[in-house]
Ligand binder design. Structure first.
Ligand code: ATP
Ligand code: MG
Length: 553
């Protein structure tokens, strides 16, 4: 089923498909013709008709050249087709992932989704690059060589098949064991790389904790098991070749013996037997490799169905047809009897009501898991509430375009993400085409400018894996600068100054309230010092607002 769904992707590149199929089939036909020429040559030689030798001999060489050429053309276009299909799939997956909601990504796990875009697509690609062409070529080779054998001698064909038949289950078993071994190895490998990722990413926090030993033990165990499984797989694969030769030799033995008898009784010529032996050799290879090819196709089908699972997923949030751009004038945010659940089982918000007035600085506080971050997610419509509404200036956020909403309502998330890029680009990301002055202004507001210019390369300092290591507070302030750059009307800071020292935090809040007078600011915080700055403190517990304290400043 999933494989047929790949057809539209293949059809787009029908030229390459046609060329590769034609070339591979042509190569099979060329392969089938040469034993016939060999028969003519042998018979001519035995009869002493030397003049008739040249033609079939050159024919054999010419056919070999044609076969090589067609094989080359076929495999190049098959690989090109495969790359193009993989390219399209990756583009589509990437787009889809951007469109899908966070809830989908949380549920499926980022690592697994990355695997869909990378390794699953590779598996599908391999099918087009090698599997399908080989499958078609081998099938044709089997049919044609059987037909040729039958045309030379039906009884001899029967004998060859009788010899090959009992060996088929052996080959099948071997192929099955290799396949299972590969599957197991892949699973262990996936485990191992995810453990490795956890260890590398968590290195800093694991240090000196017994978790480090635990992780290492787990890695060691997977690593050992992977090596053992792969050694076993390689042993089986090494066994496959001699088994195959044994199969071929068994059938050849039958051909020479029975064929020899037929020549002695004048039923066949020596040329017939030579040609026949060539066909028998040709037959045994594709027959045994079909077993492995079936595995190939199965694997690709499983990978394709995983890819389509993502492509078929419905985004939790989608723009209404005819959605209008949001124009925030006053900056009021209202959560109206909002009920929300991530999984459809447990309510996270239970009829929450909260109105943040235009220009107000509201601090939201409450125990972990009470739903504070969820409020930010709903405000920029990463999710929609099951019941109730989220209104901005009285407009339901479901009625406006996502782009306009997210441009005017900025959320600085709890877990700061910085791109592996320069500090400047990390800030400017929020507003493509922002000038240097704008970037500097935002950085100053976020109280990170002085630190940035103290770095040897200033704003051009790269961050992330190959760049400077930033403290949690520095990262938070860069993320804040990014949010402020777009000059949003409504700012939602989700505990984003938790790792900033109290003094700097106070300076940031001052800057926000002074510079952003008229802007609405919602700050999730546990710090009394921040609450002291707010116009109002809202306590959220268990998905409801349980207490509101207005402050006079
Ligand atoms: N993506 C998700 N899928 C399922 N459940 C989630 C998801 N995100 C949060 N939750 C659950 O929703 C509840 C509220 O989470 P939320 O992140 O809003 O709390 P919070 O008040 O921000 O907590 P904290 O102070 O620790 O940041 C928690 O019980 C949490 O387990
Ligand atoms: Mg939170």
């Amino acid at each position: 089923m999933s494989l047929s769904r790949l057809w539209p992707y293949v059809r787009r590149h029908s030229k390459h498909l046609a060329i590769s199929t034609a070339a591979i089939l042509g190569a099979s036909v060329a392969a089938i013709a040469s034993p016939l020429l060999a028969r003519a040559a042998v018979n001519a030689a035995i009869a002493g008709r030397v003049s008739e030798l040249l033609l079939p001999a050159t024919g054999i060489v010419a056919l070999a050249c044609v076969r090589g050429l067609l094989g080359f053309v076929g495999s190049v276009s098959a690989r090109r087709l495969a790359e193009l299909v993989a390219l399209d799939l990756r583009v589509e997956l990437y787009r889809k992932l951007q469109e899908l909601s966070l809830s989908y990504i949380f549920r499926e796990g980022a690592g697994r989704l990355v695997a869909r875009v990378t390794s699953d697509v590779e598996e599908v690609k391999r099918l087009f690059a090698f599997g399908l062409a080989a499958f078609a070529g081998n099938t044709l080779l089997i049919i044609l060589s059987l037909a040729a054998m039958l045309s030379i001698s039906p009884p001899l064909t029967g004998i060859v098949l009788a010899v090959l038949a009992p060996l088929a289950p052996i080959v099948k078993r071997l192929a099955g064991r290799i396949r299972r071994g590969f599957r197991r190895a892949r699973r262990i490998y996936a485990n191992m790389s995810s453990t490795l990722r956890e260890i590398v990413v968590g290195m800093a926090s694991l240090r000196g904790v017994s978790a480090e030993e635990y992780a290492e033990a787990r890695f060691r165990r997977d690593n050992d098991e992977y090596a053992r499984t792969m050694i076993e797989v390689e042993r089986l694969r090494a066994l496959a070749l001699p088994t195959l030769s044994a199969v071929t030799l068994g059938s050849l033995l039958a051909v020479y013996w029975a064929g020899g008898l037929a020549v002695a009784s004048g039923q066949l010529t020596v040329g017939d037997v030579v040609a026949f032996a060539m066909y028998a050799t040709m037959l045994s290879w594709p027959v045994s490799s079909l077993g492995l090819l079936v595995t190939f196709i199965e694997t690709a089908r499983a990978a394709a169905s995983r890819v389509f699972e993502v492509l078929d997923a419905k985004p939790a949030v989608s723009e209404k047809p005819g959605a209008i751009p949001l124009r925030v004038q006053r900056g009021e945010v209202r959560f109206e009897n909002v009920w929300f659940s991530y999984d459809g089982k447990r309510w996270v918000l239970k009829g929450l009501n909260l109105t943040v007035k235009p220009g107000e600085l509201v601090a939201i506080t409450g125990p972990p898991g009470s739903g504070k971050t969820t409020l930010a997610f709903l405000a920029i419509r990463l999710f929609d509430p099951q019941r109730g509404r989220v209104l901005i200036d009285g407009v339901d956020v479901r009625d406006v375009t996502l782009d306009s909403l997210r441009r005017q309502v900025a959320v600085v998330h709890q877990d700061v993400y910085l791109f592996p890029d320069t500090i400047r680009n990390n800030i400017a990301y929020a507003k493509p085409g922002a000038s240097d002055e704008e970037v500097v202004r935002a950085a100053k507001l976020a109280r990170i400018h002085d630190f940035i210019v103290s770095l040897p390369r200033g704003y051009d300092t790269p961050v992330g894996e190959r760049g400077v290591t930033l403290s949690g507070g520095q990262r938070q302030r860069i993320a804040l600068a990014r949010a402020l750059l777009a000059d949003p009307k409504i700012i939602f800071l989700d505990d984003t100054t938790s790792e900033v020292d109290a003094e700097t935090e106070r300076a940031i809040m001052d800057a926000l309230t002074k510079h952003f007078r008229g802007r609405t600011v919602i700050v999730v915080t546990q710090r009394p010092s921040v609450m002291a700055l707010a116009d109002r403190v809202v306590v959220v517990r268990d998905g409801r607002v349980v207490k509101e304290v207005a402050r006079r400043r």
